[in-house]
Design a protein around this ligand. Structure first.
Ligand code: IVH
Length: 701
């Protein structure tokens, strides 16, 4: 039993009080009920959110039973947020309760050009002069304006008790159950005041957004439009288990109401937050002059595309709280802050036509052919419309003026018809998926899912996608073979099945448009090297519907050889993590397709790895070790590090708890590193990981 104490300083299981109660009268019941609720919240969180329980299930159940009994006998003591009303820690709520903000959550006025920013500074000076403050010395704090949704976190005596959305600024919604699934957010803070409200932006990183959409697409589900929408949709889920599956992040940018602590400036408050483990963006700057501020805003604008999350501008704030107070608020905007908005990356142009291509499993995907238009520095002629459902929702039609968005370096997309389009009476009819495959002319079918498919398994469009996916990043990861090369190879009849890649020669390649002597040699070498890719990747590369990158790895770990997998029953396949009965059957059926079997035999004969090279579960130098990766390692990518840990029998988990065996930290490691240090989990660097992989104990970093 762990000796640490619970937030109120009592024995964590509440046994001291439990004993005291027997002699207490009925009047203490409200206090006991409140205490039980607090204890159950605390231990529920340790169990479900921190993955680090302090008490056993029996003790937890005893507390819950006691509370249930009290509530049953005294219904007036039953509160709507009582743990007895919730399902586990993956809490499910029946509605999002409205919560009034103690202090209004404001919005921001905009500046789009240098003159507008300088005019803002002048307005502040003039305003303060009228207040008798001549020539104030401003310090400015310049922060990224993260494109997510504003959140207010409430900490009572250092314990996170509530997370509330911004709502209309006056009243928001209680989303505590989902906030608790965000790993970066401290659930408890040391040396905290009686009350503190922390504000910030909840967002989904681009990598998490893409991974989520890939997972959804692999599962045949509709995909999210952009990281902001998916973060907003996630945070408002009633079931926290859904939120837990969709990783959200947060940047904290403000302290709201406090009791028992006061700050004199914004940067002081941010430093305090950072020191207590809150995620505060490390690139926030404190600057002296308006010129420096403008330069900094322009710098953010240039860096925008490289950031791992979306920003739609920069926020500039006056640092000094006394000046902030004097400047006050106009309408809904503080006078002391302004948002520098980036120039739009949207443009309006004419939609010439909606075209369709075929995905690797035959699904038809619409895309837009556009009147060429300049957006965010490039000319765009084609833009994605994602899928049939997305097209129906947007209802863009040939001839319409449409809004095109190009965000960061992602593929341009059509957002919607331009506003004036709705008034037109001469629009063409809504676009429907074609009755015949645009590539092979086979009549299309509406699959079991929501999407129209080309049922032809040897459709050249589909084959092109599959051959490209085979050598793609998540597949065999062959450098030097991209879309264009695949097309050329197919046109020349050199590439029909995956095995053909391994039969290509330098002599053949140099004859083709796309290759020179050096690139031909490099391509052949890269193809040969790909034979050593882990079995899990090979399974993904085979383009089997239902096998994504994660399930590929799981199947490889579980069945270990291709023969074992080919012999497996539907039930055995469906028992693999991440695979249910429907997908299990889908995979099983495809594995019994003769064509796929021939491809597998061919690849095997060519020397492509068809078995898991690592030790079976429970064996290997890292057997049963739980490892968390954080930050950027000097040479290994996250994917490579994961593969090597799995190959050594270890597990890679996402959050740090007492049960974590090692944290591997690289550059810019964040809160996971801090948590590891707090929990005294051994931390190693890449060299330390190498030592672990070889089976020697690393030096603690
Ligand atoms: S300050 C002063 N700081 O932008 C009150 N807001 O347009 C405003 N936002 O609702 C909040 N990053 O959702 C502030 N570093 C940042 C921000 C930020 C993003 C969002 C926030 C707010 C909206 C205002």
């Amino acid at each position: 039993m762990n000796a640490r104490s619970s937030p109120d300083g009592s024995d964590p299981a509440g046994r001291t009080r439990l004993a005291a109660r027997s002699s207490s009268g009925r009047n203490d019941l409200p206090a006991r009920a409140a205490e039980l609720r607090r204890l159950l919240e605390y231990h529920g969180r340790r169990y479900y959110v921190d993955d680090d329980p302090e008490i056993g299930d029996d003790e937890y159940d005893a507390l819950l039973d006691e509370l249930r009994t009290i509530e049953a006998e005294h219904p007036e003591l039953l509160t709507p947020d009582s743990p007895t009303q919730k399902v586990g820690g993956g809490q499910v709520v029946s509605e999002l309760r409205k919560v009034r903000h103690r202090r209004r959550m404001l919005s921001l006025a905009n500046a789009r050009r240098e003159e507008e920013l300088l005019a803002w500074v002048e307005r502040m000076r003039a305003f303060l002069a009228r207040e008798g403050i001549e020539d104030p010395a401003f310090d400015y704090v310049v922060e990224p304006k993260v494109d997510g949704l504003a959140m207010s976190l409430h900490y009572e005596n250092g314990v996170l008790i509530r997370g509330v959305t911004r709502g209309d600024g006056e009243t928001g919604e209680d989303v505590t159950h989902n906030i608790r699934t965000i790993e970066q957010i401290p659930k408890q803070i040391d040396g905290a005041p009686a009350w503190i409200e922390v504000r910030g932006e909840v967002y989904m990183s681009l990598a998490d957004f893409e991974a989520l959409n890939t997972r959804r697409a692999e599962a045949g589900r509709s995909t999210f439009m952009n990281p902001r929408n998916s973060a907003a949709g996630t945070i408002r889920q009633l079931d926290a288990r859904l939120a837990a599956e969709r990783p959200l992040s947060m940047w904290c940018y403000q302290v709201g109401e406090t009791e028992g602590i006061a700050f004199s400036s914004h940067h002081e408050a941010l430093d305090w937050l950072h020191d207590r483990g809150f995620p505060v963006n490390p690139d926030i700057a404190r600057l002296r002059t308006a010129e420096e501020v403008v330069a900094r805003c322009e710098q953010w604008q240039e860096r925008r595309a490289e950031l791992p999350f979306e920003i739609d501008g920069v926020v500039v704030k006056v640092d000094d709280f006394e000046l902030q107070r004097r400047l006050g608020v106009v309408g809904r905007d503080p006078r002391w802050a302004i948002a520098w908005k980036f120039p739009p990356t949207t443009a309006v142009t004419r939609l010439i036509d909606v075209m369709w291509n075929v995905g690797k499993f035959g699904t038809l995907h619409p895309f837009a052919q556009l009147e060429p238009v300049h957006v965010g520095g490039v000319t765009v002629k084609l833009a994605t419309l994602h899928n049939e459902e997305d097209l129906a929702r947007k209802d863009v039609r040939p001839g319409d003026d449409v809004i095109v968005l190009r965000a960061g370096d992602v593929i341009p997309q059509v957002i919607s018809p331009a506003p004036h389009v709705a008034e037109r009476s001469d629009r063409s009819p809504p676009v429907r998926p074609p009755a015949r495959c645009p590539i092979c002319d086979t009549p299309t079918v509406k699959g079991e899912g929501v999407f129209t498919k080309c049922p032809n398994r040897v459709c050249p469009g589909r084959r092109w996608q599959q051959l490209q996916s085979f050598v793609g990043r998540a597949g065999m990861d062959v450098d030097g073979i991209g879309e264009k090369q695949v097309s050329v190879l197919m046109e020349h009849g050199l590439l029909r099945t995956p095995g053909d890649y391994y039969r290509l020669t330098e002599e053949q390649l140099v004859q083709l448009d796309r290759f020179g002597e050096v690139s031909a040699r490099n391509a052949v070498a890269a193809i040969a090297a790909s034979k050593q890719r882990p079995f899990g990747r090979v399974l993904f590369a085979l383009s089997i519907e239902g096998i994504g990158t994660v399930t590929g790895r799981n199947l490889a770990q579980r069945f270990r050889t291709i023969d074992a997998l080919l012999d497996a029953s539907t039930e055995e396949i469906a028992g693999t993590p991440g695979i249910g009965p429907i997908v299990g059957e889908l995979i099983h059926d495809q594995l019994h397709d003769e064509r796929l079997r021939a491809v597998i035999d061919d690849l095997r004969a060519l020397g492509v790895r068809m078995e898991e090279e690592g030790p079976p579960p429970g064996e290997g130098p890292l057997a049963d070790k739980a490892i968390v990766l954080t930050g950027t390692l000097p040479t290994l990518t996250r994917e490579q590090a994961t593969e090597r840990i799995l190959a050594a029998g270890g597990r890679v988990t996402s959050s740090v708890s007492r049960r974590t065996d090692y944290v591997v930290a690289g550059e810019r490691a964040g809160t996971k590193l801090e948590k590891a240090e707090r929990l005294r989990v051994p931390v190693v660097d890449e060299a330390g990981l190498e030592a672990l992989l070889e089976g020697s104990a690393p030096e603690a970093g």
